[in-house]
Write a protein that binds this ligand. Structure first.
Ligand SMILES: [Fe+2]
Ligand SMILES: [Fe+2]
Length: 244
């Protein structure tokens, strides 16, 4: 409840400043507004519900990149492929993706509203739920194989294929949620309901992870990327195209 009061107070303050600038004909208050909206040390800025869901997808996409980068290493039989960061990625996908983002947010709050609203987005709900379930089976498998300590020759190709199909499924899944399902959910709610859902999601996040689950997840995926030599993003800049 404190969150709702706080976010409303911030909105009122912003509206007050905008009103003052109109009355006084100043241009400067736009700078004041910018300063007002800048995060101060220790202050937590309000995150809307849809932004919350989409930035969580960002963490999951980084986990997918870890998986797909591992595939060629599995195929060349790289014996020094560290399994601990892969197991850690699967645990993060389980706790942050499957148990929190999917079960506590999407399946509890997004899918039922979108299904009731009907239309194009509603037709996606069933298959998205089936993909959550299949994803959990694949994560169980990854955790089992990565938990063996080393990749046996018989496990390398099946694990590589599991990563490829999991990544393709989730790239499709998250892209459809971002562009079809979340916009439909937003359309089905009033501004007030949407603000309340943003606060509710924040409460769920705090109850699930104790503090800020998102920041923690970003730190974790960063450490995993570091361990696998994937942290430097410049290595992924595409080479110049061939001469046509
Ligand atoms: Fe989903
Ligand atoms: Fe999602």
């Amino acid at each position: 409840m404190v969150n709702i009061v706080d976010s409303r107070r911030r909105l009122l303050t912003t509206a007050g400043l905008a009103g003052t600038s109109l009355l006084m004909g100043f241009r400067a208050p736009s700078l004041a507004l910018a300063a007002e909206s800048r995060k101060k040390p220790g202050e937590e800025k309000e995150i809307g519900a849809v932004e919350d869901l989409m930035r969580e997808h960002g963490v999951l996409r980084r986990a997918l990149l870890v998986y797909i980068e591992t595939v060629p290493r599995l195929r060349v039989g790289q014996s020094n492929l560290p399994l601990e960061p892969i197991a850690r990625t699967a645990k993060l996908f389980r706790s942050f993706g499957e148990d929190y983002h999917e079960r506590k947010l999407e399946e509890a709050h997004i899918f039922p509203v979108v299904k009731r609203a009907g239309g194009t987005a509603a037709a996606y709900v069933e298959v998205l739920k089936a993909q959550h379930d299949r994803g959990r089976e694949v994560t169980d498998y990854i955790l089992t194989v990565a938990g063996k300590g080393s990749i046996g020759t018989g496990d390398a190709e099946p694990l590589a294929r599991a990563f490829e199909s999991f990544v393709l499924m989730y790239q499709n899944h998250t892209a459809r949620e971002d562009t079809i399902v979340f916009p439909a959910w937003k359309d089905a709610l009033s501004e007030r309901q949407l603000r309340e859902m943003g606060d509710k999601f924040e409460d769920i996040e705090h109850r699930t992870f104790g503090k800020d689950g998102f920041d923690d997840a970003v730190t974790q995926i960063g450490e995993i990327e570091q361990a696998l030599g994937l942290a430097d993003i410049s290595q992924f800049t595409a080479p110049p195209p061939p001469k046509a």
